[in-house]
Ligand binder design. Structure first.
Ligand SMILES: *[C@@H]1O[C@H](CO)[C@@H](O)[C@H](O)[C@H]1NC(C)=O
Length: 134
C-alpha cells in the first residue's frame, strides 16, 4: 500500500512536470499520435460530495463535450486548499483515464479528513468537497 502510493506520488509529480508544458505547446501534434489528450471540467465531486477513505470516489465530467477523438486524461489528482486560498497537491488519483465514459472511479486515499479538497483533471478543477474517515 505504502509502496504503491509512494510510486504514485513520484510518478504523478513527474507527469505534471512533463505533460503540462507539452499540452500548451503542441496543439497540432494530436493528429500525429494515436493519443489525444483531454482536460475535462469535473462535475463531480461537487460541494455536496463526501468521499470516504478506503472507498471509491466518483469523478464525472460532461461526456457529450468530449471529442470523439479524445483518448486520454493524462492525470487526475487530489489537491487540498486552505480556507484562505492556495491549493496544494496531495496525491495522484488516476493516470491515463479514458475520457469517453464521462466518469471514472478512483480509490479514496488515506488523508487527514477535511472539507477543502478539490480534484484536478489535467488542469481543470472541481469545487471543494469533503473527505471523511471510514
Ligand atoms: C453537457 O453538455 C451539453 C452540450 O453543451 C449540454 O447541453 C448539457 O446540458 C451538458 N450537461 C451537463 C450535465 O452539464
Amino acid at each position: 500500500m505504502f509502496a504503491s502510493f509512494s510510486t504514485l506520488f513520484a510518478t504523478s509529480a513527474a507527469i505534471a512536470c512533463i505533460f503540462t508544458p507539452v499540452a500548451h505547446a503542441s496543439p497540432t501534434s494530436a493528429g500525429l499520435s494515436a493519443r489525444d489528450d483531454y482536460a475535462p471540467s469535473p462535475i463531480l465531486p461537487n460541494a455536496q460530495s463526501v468521499w470516504t477513505i478506503g472507498e471509491q470516489g466518483l469523478v464525472t465530467w460532461n461526456k457529450s463535450l468530449v471529442p470523439s477523438t479524445a483518448t486520454t486524461i493524462p492525470w487526475i489528482d487530489l489537491y487540498e486548499s486552505s480556507p484562505f486560498g492556495s491549493a496544494e497537491w496531495v496525491v495522484n488519483l488516476a493516470q491515463n483515464a479514458d475520457p469517453q465514459p464521462g466518469e471514472v472511479l478512483v480509490p479514496v486515499p488515506d488523508v487527514a479528513p477535511g472539507s477543502y479538497f478539490t480534484v484536478g483533471a489535467w488542469g481543470q478543477s472541481s469545487t471543494h468537497f469533503e473527505i471523511v474517515a471510514a
